[in-house]
Design a binder for this molecule. Structure first.
Ligand SMILES: Cc1cc2nc3c(=O)[nH]c(=O)nc-3n(C[C@H](O)[C@H](O)[C@H](O)COP(=O)(O)O)c2cc1C
Ligand code: SF4
Length: 508
């Protein structure tokens, strides 16, 4: 008996002793040299920190980017479970973060059961009827094959669209037939020649397939505006190379800027070319607002050339990504509310809003959030991370390490195994349906016929514990044509003056 204990004791302690000796002599980590073995607890705790914080430390209303209650709402709706809340709000309605929508004494129970948004200006031969909630751009490569398939199958079941993200249109996007918006970034993945330049022939081949309903030129995204990217050679698998049209096992570079245009007019001419090559499908842009005069420059270019974009997606600085430099994530880009209001004002002020649709992305996860965006000018909303929650994401924030525990943000086949496509596709569709139902509840309560009737004066913002105001008392909202009639009378006089159709630079 004693011999057995002795043997097990040795088996347990010898590796630890060896590790301690290794720590003592290695010269990389001071802590491990000074406290062999013991210091390793620190790294273990660092690894466990996100889980400990999420499950033990945080309250229901804490946690970023999404707090526990926000995630729980998506999980419940995705699973078709009870999503109502007992005993009254837990939010502090006198805190500066509180905002609310104004209901009516006469709710409109006869409001339509659902709405769709027609996208496509007069220059578009194949307009698209979009759902009011769609899946935001997230590439195959940052998401797994199973995640892409579940999202697309969910989109097909719920009749909404799935944006491919800039990483190309992969076979997984096509396997379930859900409507696609094909996003084209500066890497021109899926439509590039061997030197990485835009290839009209390759673009036309894919853009004309029926499943592609619209095309989106990506100018920037909120999580890393103005940043290109490199997918390291080790991650460029055969499947990713196939989707992107790049060589296997070589660094895959997305430059920070597009090579097809450098001026506002150039951007519009390229958009018009894409519309022609796609057979007349709507072509839009996605951007996180940076320097305001650049937005006004695009608007001026539309008026001067007569070329119209079909839609603009505004992404907020609060947006997510697979991986981003911290400086860009935390300190560059306009948050959604201010960005959306600016683009809304640029379009309305230049009398273009009737022709060009406006979409909003940035932490959309509930009907109330959607309603606020509609009130600020959005025609529909896109969600990225909320759809990831519907797939089972637990916000462990390991997306950049290829170790995603839920098989969503990884290319590791064993981790993807846990993500069962048919089951998760149902959750994706259920979450989308329930959120639209939540939006309708808001419209009914406000006594309106549609979410497009929500106006800034329906949205109230708390300024401090004693004061609150409708949002149009806080931000300016232009009347139709105000920038044409008398720009100097608007708050945007300077930006309008600086903007020029021929250049993104400020006018002298
Ligand atoms: C994993 C991941 C990958 C993304 N990839 C892209 C992309 O390829 N192109 C893009 O324009 N935006 C990309 N985004 C940004 C989203 O499309 C979206 O604009 C942003 O996350 C805000 O939406 P959300 O707050 O609902 O997630 C990505 C976001 C995530 C979380
Ligand atoms: S669960 Fe996966 S997708 Fe979600 S945050 Fe963690 S690593 Fe990213």
């Amino acid at each position: 008996m004693f011999a057995i204990w002795w043997r097990w004791g040795l088996i347990a302690t010898v590796p630890l002793l060896l590790l301690a000796v290794w720590d003592f002599f290695q010269d990389e980590h001071t802590l491990r040299r000074n406290y062999p073995l013991l210091a390793r607890v620190r790294w273990l705790m660092e690894d466990l920190r996100p889980y400990a914080r999420a499950y033990v430390v945080e309250s229901d209303l804490e946690g970023r980017p999404f707090n526990h209650d926000e995630r729980a709402l998506v999980y419940a709706r995705a699973k078709g479970e009870l999503d109502s809340h007992p005993f009254g709000t837990e939010l502090d309605v006198y805190s500066a973060e509180y905002e609310w929508l104004a209901h009516s004494i006469v709710p409109n129970e006869t409001a339509p059961a659902e709405w769709r948004c027609d996208v496509g200006s007069s220059q578009c031969a194949k307009p698209y009827s979009a759902s009011l909630l769609n899946i935001s751009a997230m590439s195959f490569g940052s998401l797994s094959a199973n995640a892409i398939m579940a999202l697309n199958k969910g989109a097909a079941a719920g009749n909404f669209y799935h944006d491919t993200g800039e990483g190309g249109l992969s076979r997984y996007h096509r396997s379930h037939g859900g409507d696609l918006v094909w996003e084209i970034g500066s890497g021109y993945f899926g439509c590039r020649d061997d030197d990485g330049r835009f290839s009209p022939e390759r673009f036309a081949d894919t853009a004309q397939i029926d499943q592609v309903k619209m095309v989106e030129i990506k100018l920037s995204q909120g999580a890393k505006p103005g940043h290109g990217g490199v997918l390291p050679a080790s991650k460029v698998s055969e499947e990713i190379a196939e989707a992107r049209g790049v060589p296997v096992g070589k660094d895959c570079v997305s430059p920070a800027a597009h090579s097809t245009f450098s001026t506002p007019v150039g951007l519009l001419e390229w958009a018009a070319q894409l519309r022609d090559l796609s057979g007349g499908k709507p072509v839009g842009i996605k951007l996180c607002v940076g320097q305001p005069h650049e937005v006004f420059a695009i608007v001026k270019a539309m008026r001067e050339t007569g070329i119209r974009l079909d839609y603009i997606v505004v992404d907020g600085a609060e947006g997510g990504t697979g991986a981003a430099p911290v400086e860009l994530s935390n300190r560059v880009g306009t948050p959604l509310r201010e960005g959306l209001i600016l683009v809304r004002n640029a379009l309305v002020g230049a009398s273009l809003k009737d022709e060009i649709r406006l979409a909003a992305a940035g932490k959309v996860h509930s009907g109330a959030g959607m309603a606020m965006n509609f009130g600020l000018g959005a025609d529909w909303c896109n969600a990225g991370r909320a759809f990831m929650f519907s797939l089972g994401c637990v916000q462990s924030m390991r997306c950049h390490e290829d170790t995603c525990p839920t098989g969503i943000a990884t290319q590791d086949a064993t981790r993807q195994r846990g993500l069962v496509v048919p089951d998760k596709a149902e959750r994706v569709a259920r979450f989308q349906r329930a959120t639209l139902h939540g939006l309708r509840e808001m419209v009914v309560a406000m006594g309106l016929e549609s979410p497009w009737q929500i106006t800034p004066c329906h949205i109230n913002e708390r300024l401090d514990s004693a004061r609150a105001a409708p949002i149009d008392d806080i931000y300016g909202f232009l009347e139709d044509g105000a920038l044409i009639a008398d720009p100097d009378a608007t708050a945007y006089a300077r930006c309008w003056q600086l903007a020029q159709a021929a250049s993104f630079q400020r006018a002298a």
